[in-house]
Design a protein around this ligand. Structure first.
Ligand SMILES: NC(=O)c1ccc[n+]([C@@H]2O[C@H](COP(=O)([O-])OP(=O)(O)OC[C@H]3O[C@@H](n4cnc5c(N)ncnc54)[C@H](O)[C@@H]3O)[C@@H](O)[C@H]2O)c1
Length: 404
């Protein structure tokens, strides 16, 4: 199948029609129970329908066309504002999703109609700065990946959020899938015996609608590898050290409305992770991968995540961001059996809706900023490993195992 430019972008915009079922209904139902007043222990008679989380979105490009339908379907969310430095993009999304306010700059957004949660779907290079500004203004933040450009800056954002009494989370949402939960539980139950090795891969021929994917602080690792790195660290534990080789396969690209650009960040990456206890994993990603299915996740039926141990093998069917099942073979049952073929409402674009729910209920979720920052440190360490030719020790960690 030809994966034309239009096909890829229209996929992103159209996939919601089938993919964005209202997945939060059980959560909302739980939230809808009257909460207890922490001071008196009595039930506060406040219905959730009366309390909505007011959401503003900044960055009205491609992925906003997937986020907004999901957000718009949630009964606990009110879409308040849309913002983009290209005002016509904010206008388009505002019209499509009946969003009452539009702004061309974050300063105006923050000074305008009040809201509770900023959903940041701007260029990767802009996230850190805009997230900081939103936190400083007392807003909660859901950010597309990466949350920040460096581990140190990410820690500053977390400290700032704490001081401001607000919260920040970042994509991806891969740990929320029932397939991830099945894999984590199988590992915890020892089904694979002594776990030894894992491999994960994700690639396509690269976006052509924006240049930032290929420019400084962009690259295939924060755009694509981030999913597999989140999955493997989520399943096998925080990494202790990283070795990597990165390269640029296609030094120039044609970008819509811009023309030819130089590619300055890796579009081809091989990353090795040491998880401790002898477990080693490998993530491979890039923007030069022939992919007969283009961007269409549900057509990918390969195992893109494999984990092997002394008594078993597990393969995730399809992508970790749109999983289709888990194949498991063990010493006890050596024939491969397929499990969890149903995503049970999980969709990759659900993170911002879940974040709004957490703000409403005060709950935590499996997606944590500490995990996102650990993955960010792996990415920056991989770049350092490439430049220095050395193996890089990591300093960050996150609460693991995840309570799936
Ligand atoms: N498109 C996808 O399939 C997809 C999927 C998952 C995640 N993501 C992630 O989402 C983010 C955005 O990707 P995209 O494909 O939507 O890019 P895009 O270029 O289509 O959209 C980004 C938008 O942000 C706007 N913007 C940039 N800086 C801004 C600023 N300072 N203030 C306000 N608006 C600003 C741009 O004008 C643009 O409209 C990236 O982090 C990407 O990795 C994209």
């Amino acid at each position: 199948m030809a994966s034309s430019r239009l096909d890829r972008r229209s996929f992103v915009e159209q996939s919601v029609a089938t993919g964005a079922a209202v997945v939060l209904a059980p959560l909302i139902a739980a939230a809808a129970g009257p909460p207890a007043d922490p001071a008196t222990g009595t039930v506060v008679q406040q219905s959730v329908s009366a309390k909505k989380i007011r959401v503003a979105i900044i960055g009205c490009g491609s992925v906003s066309g997937v986020y907004l339908p999901h957000l718009a379907q949630q009964p606990h969310i009110e879409l308040i504002s849309a913002c983009d430095i290209f005002p016509e993009r904010a206008k388009k999304r505002a019209e499509e999703f009946h969003i009452p306010n539009q702004y061309p700059h974050i300063d105006q957004l923050l000074a305008g109609a009040p809201f509770d949660l900023l959903v940041n779907t701007t260029d990767m290079q802009e996230h850190e700065r805009l997230n900081r500004q939103a936190l400083q203004a007392g807003k909660n933040v859901w950010s597309e990946k990466p949350i920040a450009n460096s581990l140190a800056a990410g820690h500053e954002l977390l400290a700032l959020a704490k001081r401001q009494g607000v919260r920040i989370w970042g994509a991806p949402a891969v740990v929320m899938s029932p397939q991830f939960a099945f894999m984590a539980k199988s590992l915890a139950a020892g089904k694979l015996g002594r776990v030894a090795a894992a491999h994960a891969d994700y690639g396509h021929t690269g976006p052509d609608w924006s240049a930032f994917f290929y420019q400084k602080l962009g690259g295939s690792l924060p755009d694509l590898g981030v999913y597999n790195l989140t999955t493997l660290t989520g399943l096998l534990g925080p990494a202790k050290a990283v070795a990597a080789m990165l390269s640029i396969v296609t030094p120039t690209r044609q970008i819509d409305r811009v023309g030819q650009i130089d590619v300055t960040e890796e579009d081809n990456a091989q990353v090795l992770l040491d998880h401790g206890n002898g477990i080693i994993s490998h993530v491979q990603c890039g923007f030069n991968y022939f992919n007969p299915h283009g961007h269409e996740g549900k057509l990918e039926t390969r195992h893109t995540v494999h984990i092997v141990g002394s008594q078993g093998y597990m393969g995730l069917v399809g992508y970790d961001w749109e999983p289709l099942g888990v194949d498991l073979a063990t010493e006890e049952k050596p024939g491969i059996e397929r499990h969890v073929p149903d995503a049970a409402g999980y969709v990759w674009q659900q993170g911002a809706s879940l974040a709004a729910n957490c703000i409403l209920t005060g709950d935590d979720m499996l997606i944590t900023p500490e995990h996102a920052l650990h993955v960010l440190e792996i990415i920056t360490a991989a770049r350092e490993a490439q430049t220095s030719g050395r193996r890089i020790a990591l300093t960050s960690t996150f609460n693991w195992p995840l309570k799936v």
